[in-house]
Design a protein around this ligand. Structure first.
Ligand SMILES: *Cc1c(COP(=O)(O)O)cnc(C)c1O
Length: 345
C-alpha cells in the first residue's frame, strides 16, 4: 500500500504511516502516568515483550538510540570499552552518546557483515592488560544495517557471546530490526536473543509503528536502565498511546515476510540488469544495497530519475544507495524502480 501522494519511499522503513488499526488502538488506549508506573498499556507491552524474548523485564523507550544508550550505560562503567563491528550503529550513529553520556570508548572488529568470530573478538580484546581500558561489553547488531540488513548467524552470535561471557563481558544485541532477523532466520525469538544479557528492538523500523523501542533484560538491569532513562529525560507520561500502536505493529509482525519478498524481487531484478551493482544472494531481509561502482551511470543520476518517477531512495554513504522495503511499498513499487532502471539510457 503506497502513500496517498503516490510516492514510493524506499529511503527507510522509518517513513511508514500508522495504519488505521494503529490509529484506532491509539485512540482507545487505556493510559496512565508511566513515570509512576501506572500506564496499563505500557506495562502490558513490556511484560508481553519480555515474555516473548524469554527475559525477565523490559522498558519502553522513545527511540532505539535511547534503548541502546541505556544498555551501554547500564552494563559498563565510565572508562570502559565496548567491542562491536566498526560500522555499528552504537558507535557511528548515536551522535557520540556512548562517550558523551557514559564515558565509553570502542574497540572494533572490521567486519563486512556484522559478524564477529571468537578469534576476532579475542584479537580485539588482546592487549587489554594493565594500563589499558577495561573492556566491559560486547555489542552485536542484528540485523546489521550498513551491510544491508544481513542476519548474524545464530551460531556465530552464540559462540561469540559465550566467549565474551567467559572473559567477564556483558553482551547486548542492538536489534533495531530484530524481527526481520527472526522472520528471515526462522529461529525462535527467545532463542535468537538467548546468548545475550540484553536486547533492544525498535517498533518504529521493520515493524512499522510510528514511535518507540524497547530494552529487554534481567530485572535488576532493567530497574537500573529505567532510572537512567529518567535521567536522560526519557520518562514519558501517558505514553500508552504510543505503546498501543507498537502493540498492533508487533501483533502484525508476520507481514514482514512480504517486505523480505519485495526486497528480494528488487535485488534480483536489479542484479539481472547490473550484476556488479547488486548482490541479490546477500539480500535476506528488507534492504537492498546498490553500489555505484557497478552502475553505468552515477548514483545521483539514478536517484534523480527515480525521484522524477515518484520513487524515493538515497545514498547511505557516498557511492552506496540503499532501498528499504516496508509496509508502505509493494511489488508494484518494485516494478516502478525496475522500469526507471530500464528507461535510463
Ligand atoms: C535505527 C537504528 C537504531 C536507533 O533507532 P532510533 O529509533 O532511530 O533511535 C539503532 N540501531 C540500528 C541498527 C538502527 O538501524
Amino acid at each position: 500500500m503506497a502513500f496517498p501522494n503516490g510516492i514510493a519511499d524506499f529511503r527507510s522503513d522509518t517513513v511508514t504511516q500508522p495504519t488505521d488499526a494503529m490509529r484506532a488502538a491509539m485512540a482507545s488506549a487505556e493510559v496512565g502516568d508511566d513515570v509512576y508506573g501506572e500506564d496499563p498499556t505500557i506495562n502490558a507491552l513490556e511484560e508481553e515483550v519480555a515474555g516473548l524474548l524469554g527475559k525477565e523485564s523490559a522498558v519502553f523507550t522513545p527511540s532505539g538510540t535511547m534503548a541502546n544508550q541505556l544498555a551501554l550505560g547500564t552494563h559498563t562503567n565510565p572508562g570502559d570499552e565496548v567491542i562491536c563491528v566498526e560500522t555499528a550503529h552504537v558507535r557511528n550513529y548515536e551522535h557520540g552518546g556512548a562517550s558523551a553520556n557514559f564515558g565509553l570508548a570502542f574497540r572494533t572488529v572490521p567486519s563486512p557483515n556484522g559478524e564477529m568470530s571468537v578469534a576476532e573478538i579475542e584479537a580485539a580484546v588482546a592487549g587489554t592488560s594493565y594500563g589499558y581500558p577495561r573492556v566491559g561489553l560486547l555489542a552485536w547488531e542484528n540485523t546489521h544495517n550498513v551491510s544491508g540488513g544481513t542476519v548474524v548467524a545464530t551460531d556465530t552470535l552464540r559462540r561469540g557471546s559465550a566467549y565474551g561471557h567467559s572473559i567477564g563481558l556483558r553482551v547486548h544485541i542492538d536489534g533495531a530490526r530484530l524481527w526481520n532477523a527472526i522472520v528471515a532466520s526462522g529461529v525462535a525469538p527467545a532463542e535468537i536473543v538467548a546468548p545475550a544479557d540484553s536486547v533492544m528492538f525498535c517498533f518504529s523500523k521493520g515493524l512499522g509503528a510510528p514511535v518507540g523501542s524497547i530494552l529487554v533484560g534481567p530485572e535488576d538491569f532493567i530497574r537500573e536502565a529505567r532510572w537512567t532513562r529518567a535521567r536522560l529525560g526519557g520518562g514519558m507520561r501517558q505514553a500508552g498511546v504510543l505503546a498501543a500502536a507498537a502493540r498492533v505493529a508487533l501483533d502484525e509482525r508476520d507481514r514482514i515476510v512480504d517486505d523480505h519478498a519485495n526486497a528480494k524481487a528488487l535485488a534480483t531484478g536489479l542484479a539481472q540488469r547490473y550484476p556488479e551493482a547488486v548482490d541479490a544472494a546477500a539480500v535476506v531481509t528488507n534492504m537492498v544495497i546498490v553500489r555505484e561502482s557497478g552502475l553505468p551511470w552515477p548514483a545521483d543520476r539514478l536517484i534523480a530519475e527515480l525521484e522524477a518517477a515518484g520513487v524515493r531512495t538515497a545514498q547511505i554513504v557516498p557511492g552506496v544507495i540503499r532501498f528499504v522495503t516496508h509496509r508502505n511499498v509493494d511489488a508494484q513499487d518494485v516494478n516502478r524502480v525496475l522500469a526507471v532502471a530500464d528507461a535510463i539510457s
